[in-house]
Write a protein that binds this ligand. Structure first.
Ligand SMILES: NC(=O)c1ccc[n+]([C@@H]2O[C@H](COP(=O)([O-])OP(=O)(O)OC[C@H]3O[C@@H](n4cnc5c(N)ncnc54)[C@H](O)[C@@H]3O)[C@@H](O)[C@H]2O)c1
Length: 367
């Protein structure tokens, strides 16, 4: 059995240079339980942090041995040793912070969603290009172990032409972790399915037609936005991708599964993080192939978890792009394609119809 064929190549590739000075803006949940633990594991050089709530920044700095805590963004940007700024604030604040960081010549790692509107996201991308800084977006599900391995299998031809793919998640989501989301009129697709849309795009490319249906749950109380969604992405081939999420499954029959059906095989797996977010468990992966080993079913034992291990992916890719003057895998411009699908999903749900992706253009907001 060929080692090359069986190499799932799912772990993030670290670039030769990883000691860039990093400054963190926004020190909330995701920074504490995902970003900084993985940076510590990889020995990255986090030099400073800042949060509008200074006490939060101080306690995070103490916990993770960060040498500088700044009361305002400008002070952090004035530190010449900081080359990369990682922004982790609610998305409506990201444009203005990004604008200031880009003007200071810093490379950027922004959280998803890049902005709460497509024009604001396009504006961040335009500013980064104009300012000649690298911009990556923290769409780290692309480095989720199961989906990354599935991508490798597909690339190596194990299942032939993919004709059907799906991610189906039915769990009980701890929305209380994000109080600022409760008032957002857009919830599930913009903040959660966006990961699945982006990961599917990274494996299968860009869809043409988007059809999306959204619902609320009687138990969700004052949470405004949709919490149950079904989105179908149709491609210019006969490929269809289904993304179906329900965040109010209180039974013990919850699941988070992905599937790729091809002309010569199939891949199935689970997204471990969703079984008890944010602790999670490792992803699983099984596959079979009539092309390579028709008599066998394969199962991989994947190392690591989505949180925190996948979070090094976008950062490693950004660092690689800086040193090679290349493009990060989750480059801002690429991310606009994910956001166009998100936009199309909301348009589809609002207008009860399928939306062609070309109807959703990413135009920068006027200055
Ligand atoms: N990639 C992922 O898987 C993932 C997971 C969760 C959250 N997120 C994203 O990360 C971002 C933050 O989410 P969170 O869960 O950490 O939220 P959070 O509410 O726990 O933390 C946000 C932090 O930002 C600070 N803040 C707000 N405005 C600020 C400003 N103008 N300047 C400096 N600090 C400011 C707040 O004080 C708070 O500490 C959001 O965009 C969210 O969508 C991404």
């Amino acid at each position: 059995m060929s080692d090359e064929l069986l190499d799932l190549d799912y772990k993030p590739h670290m670039p030769p240079k990883t000691d860039y000075g990093i400054g963190i803006v926004g020190c909330g949940g995701i920074v504490q339980y995902a970003v900084l633990p993985t940076y510590k594991k990889h020995g990255l050089n986090v030099l400073a942090c800042h949060d509008i709530n200074h006490a939060t920044a101080e306690s995070v700095a103490a916990e993770f041995d960060i040498p500088n805590v700044y009361e305002n963004l400008e002070e952090l940007l004035a530190n010449p040793a900081i080359e990369i700024v990682e922004i982790s604030v609610p998305p409506r604040y990201q444009l203005e912070i990004a604008r200031t960081c880009i003007a200071a010549g810093k490379h950027l790692l922004c959280q998803k969603p890049l902005a709460d509107t497509l024009p604001h996201a396009a504006e961040i991308v335009r500013l980064a290009r104009e300012g000649s800084v690298k911009l990556a977006v923290n769409q780290q599900l692309r480095w989720g172990q199961g989906l990354r391995a599935a991508k490798t299998l597909i690339r190596k031809g194990w299942i032939g032409q993919v004709v059907d793919a799906s991610i189906q998640v039915s769990v009980n989501t701890p929305w209380q972790m994000w109080p600022w989301l409760a008032i957002s009129p857009r919830l599930e697709v913009q903040y959660h399915s966006i990961h699945y849309i982006d990961a599917m795009r990274s494996i299968l490319g860009d869809p043409i037609w988007i059809t999306s249906r959204h619902a609320r749950n009687p138990l969700q109380g004052e949470i405004v936005g949709e919490t149950k969604t079904i989105t179908v992405m149709d491609y210019d081939t006969d490929l269809q991708v289904l993304i179906a999420d329900n965040h109010y499954n209180h039974s013990d029959d919850y699941f988070a599964v992905f599937r790729f059906i091809g002309t010569e095989g199939h891949i199935t797996g689970t997204l471990g993080a969703m079984y008890n977010y944010p602790d999670g468990r490792p992803d699983t992966l099984q596959w079979s192939s009539t092309r390579y080993y028709p008599e066998k079913r394969f199962e991989a034992k994947l190392e690591g978890k989505w949180i925190p291990d996948a979070f090094i992916g976008p950062t490693a890719s950004l660092m690689q792009a800086i040193q090679e003057d290349g493009v990060p895998e989750t480059d801002g411009h690429d991310n606009l394609q994910t956001l166009r699908v998100v936009e199309a999903a909301y348009q589809s749900a609002a207008e009860n119809r399928s939306v062609n992706i070309d109807e959703c253009q990413a135009v920068p907001c006027p200055d």
